[in-house]
Design a protein around this ligand. Structure first.
Ligand code: G3P
Ligand code: CA
Length: 248
């Protein structure tokens, strides 16, 4: 893998490659990560699920039917069985440690813990161990939609930046979430089309950076991003987004 991280200036948004390069390769495949890196990403996204025997696997879905055709559920299956399942390009379902071993510190990672309703913070605890073991704490941003997960991670690794994924119905609800968010959170994230100038201003006033998802093409929310001047953006199309942001 050629190192081509393009560190943005403070005036341009950071780019997070959502599940790798899902337009070109299976999501969370090394082929997809390689492509995102070649296209100039700064962060490759990792969605992680904890297997029955406590290993962290990189997959957006708990059940692998959509991405592999196999009706196997990570959270209720042991790692030896999950490791036999193949993505549609023949790659296995990678463990987070395999990603760290392959890419090391050549890239940055934005890692989201996925879990079922009512789960404890075991996934975050496993992630903390892995980040320490592979000395990745300076290379990552942690993202979660649940505050208990963010609190757990922050409690153990205070220097790892955290991103909170908000989901509300109204601008007023978003406003309340932002005003009440723990101040140690680094990024407030919401869908691109939910951001308003007022919410961006409020986030910055409260010391938060902003994140929007998802930008794919010029026609797909680029104007909104350009107007809002968000601090970071998820993309399914790293090449196009790098190109757009180069002209920022
Ligand atoms: O953080 C943006 C994105 O990762 C959240 O959506 O469902 O792709 O994990 P999802
Ligand atoms: Ca995600």
């Amino acid at each position: 893998v050629t190192q081509s991280i393009n560190h943005a200036s403070p005036d341009t948004p950071l780019i997070f490659s959502h599940r790798g390069s899902p337009y070109n390769y299976p999501e969370h495949s090394f082929k997809g990560y390689n492509r995102a890196i070649k296209d100039g990403t700064q962060y490759i996204e990792q969605d992680v699920w904890l297997s029955k025997d406590g290993k962290l696997f990189v997959s957006h879905d708990d059940n692998l039917k959509r991405t592999t055709g196999k009706n196997i559920t990570i959270s209720t299956t042991n790692s030896n069985k999950i490791s036999q399942v193949k993505l549609r390009n023949g790659e296995k379902i990678h463990q987070l440690k395999d990603v760290f071993k392959c890419y090391g510190k050549k890239v940055h990672y934005i890692i989201e813990t996925k879990k079922n309703a009512g789960d404890t913070t075991d996934t975050e605890k496993a992630l903390v161990k892995e980040l320490k073991k592979y000395k990745m704490t300076k290379n990552v941003i942690f993202q979660d939609e649940s505050l208990p997960g963010i609190k757990e991670l922050h409690h153990s690794l205070k220097k790892v930046p955290t991103l909170w994924l908000l989901s509300s119905a109204t601008e007023r609800q978003y406003k309340e979430q932002i005003e009440n968010a723990p101040r140690y959170i680094k990024f407030i994230s919401m869908k691109l089309d939910q951001w308003t100038p007022k919410l961006v201003k409020l986030s910055h006033q409260n010391g938060f950076k902003t994140n929007g998802w998802i930008l794919n093409t010029y026609n797909d929310n680029y104007e909104a991003l350009n107007t809002l001047k968000l601090d970071s953006v998820f993309t399914n199309n790293t090449k196009e987004t790098v190109h757009l942001i180069d002209r920022w």
